[in-house]
Design a protein around this ligand. Structure first.
Ligand code: CMP
Length: 143
């Protein structure tokens, strides 16, 4: 079963959108297998966003993601990565369709409410960065 890493960013946490966001993925049929409210260190931010190092917005990105608590999650399901990306909408909320998380709640690319893994490789890397193996729980779904 495919797993993906999602994170409600500091803007989403401050705006009290955790419940709304978790609810959307639950209702869709994905299974939550790990979650924690945490403060990201500068080192972790630089590792997580390593591929953006050198881009003009990198400093701003690290400052923002470390500016307050984030809600880190691992969700599981068939095609979880692609399904979650569709539900999040385009990176830039200006282009994200209504009905998607960024389309419904975001205004700015730098404060776009949620992050999600964009490929199986990044999902594996990001899950390992944020979670210990014992923090991920699998359980049977009976409904
Ligand atoms: P995310 O999915 O977390 O992955 C990288 C992030 O960089 C992205 O969401 C945006 O929040 C941010 N980002 C991308 N482009 C820009 C930009 N031009 N200015 C500021 N932030 C950006």
């Amino acid at each position: 079963m495919e797993k993906t890493f999602l994170m409600v960013k500091p803007d989403g946490v401050q705006r009290q959108l955790i419940g709304e966001i978790v609810s959307r993925f639950e209702r869709k049929g994905l299974q939550l297998v790990g979650a924690k409210l945490m403060q990201i260190s500068e080192e972790l931010a630089e590792q997580h966003y390593g591929e953006h190092k050198g881009k003009p917005f990198f400093t701003e990105l690290v400052e923002f993601i470390t500016s307050g608590p984030v809600f880190a999650m691992v969700w599981q399901g068939e095609n979880a990565i692609e399904i979650c990306r569709q539900m999040m909408g385009k990176t830039n909320p200006k282009e994200a369709l209504p009905g998607t998380i960024r389309g419904d709640f975001g205004m700015f690319v730098g404060k776009n409410v949620i992050h999600g893994s964009d490929s199986p490789e990044s999902a594996e890397r990001e899950i390992q960065l944020f979670f210990k193996e014992e923090e991920l729980l699998t359980y049977d779904r009976h409904i």
